[in-house]
Structure formats: structure tokens, C-alpha cells
Design a binder for this molecule. Sequence first.
Ligand code: 5GP
Length: 206
Amino acid sequence: MSNKQGTVFVVSGPSGTGKGTIMEEYFKRYPHDNTFLSISATTRSPRPSDIEGVTYYFKTKEEFEDLIANDGLAEWAEFCGNYYGTPKKPVNDMVAEGKNVVLEIEVQGGCSVMEKFDNAVGIFVLPPSFTELKNRLVSRNTETIDVIESRLSRAREEIQEIDKYEYILINDDLDKAVETFRSILIGESQRVIRNKNIIKEVCEIC
Ligand code: 5GP
């Protein structure tokens, strides 16, 4: 898939919907799609599966606040007691180089990115049901009950913002969700607005 203009894809959805798993599987299956995942900074504690610089850049509160003060973040938000933010330079560089960038971020940050970046595309990942969402959060066993309750309450708030996104992706089947996600990327890459240069070249030759 080649695109002259890089596009920002915002992937949001309640904690536990499996956004991360869909993204992980997509990048494993399609490493040559000219699409890259933005790595966020956060103050939350690493989970056993986290790898510094791969899943997140782990920061102290002071380090994160310095990033904000130095205008180093494209967006940031507080989520269930921790800061999360998108480092600005890598995203700007990739978009300028014609690469697609996926930001897997919560809704508040997602909406702010969709306002800032021209033609950013919002994709909202939904669980098959709210009960299933709770089951997933409990069974992954990475948060305390209090944190799970706080994430569920945030999930209810996040779903209220779904109209600000262009697409939904229901994660009831990983394989289907990954392929649907890729279809969205391919469809978006064919839009006239993203291919002005190609259209101009073709028309000059005619
Ligand atoms: P978790 O702690 O489960 O890794 O992430 C909690 C929430 O923060 C998820 O909804 C995740 O998508 C979101 N998140 C991760 N990185 C960022 C970021 O850079 N900015 C914002 N606004 N949210 C983020």
C-alpha cells in the first residue's frame, strides 16, 4: 500500500476492548503496509508484558510534565490517575515522510488529534457487549478491582463520544477485526483528497 501523503489513524475504544491486540496482530501480519504505530509516553507502572520503548516510554510525573511544558506532545490526557501522551516529533516526521501513523489512544486525546491533524481518521473499537468488556478486564488480571471499576466507568463516558469517529470496529473475532481494520486503511488511502498529487500527474500526462 503506498500513499504520497501520510495519514493519522486514531484508534480509540474502552480499555479491555482489545485495541492493542488488534494492532499487534495487524502489524505482525502486514509489516509492509507503510503504516507505523506511535509509541506513547505514560506515567503508569509497567505491566509484566510491557517493554520500555516498545509498548510505552515510561516516565515519572515530573518527566511527563517537562514533556508537556516543552511542547513535546501532540496530545496528552489523564486516564484513571495516570498521564498518557503522544510524542509529537515522531508523528510529524512520519506524516511528512508519507507514512501512515496509528495512534492507539483514549477518546479525549483522540478527539484532540482529529482536530489538529488534517484528514485524520477516527476508528472506535467496541467490545461485543459491556458484560464481555468487564469479563475481559477481570480475566486479564493486570488491574485491581478499583482500577477495573474506574476503567469501566471511563468506558461508559468514552462510548458517548463515538459520533466523533468515522468508523466502528467490533472486536468479537480477532481475525475479522484485523482484516476490517486493514480494509479501512486501504479504503482511506484511495480517497481523492489523499491522492491529489497522483491525480495531478495523471491529468498532466493526458
Ligand atoms: P493502558 O494503561 O491500558 O495501556 O492504557 C489506558 C488507556 O490509555 C487506553 O485507552 C490507551 O489507548 C490510552 N493511551 C495510550 N497511549 C495514549 C496516549 O498517548 N494518549 C492518550 N490520550 N491515551 C493513550
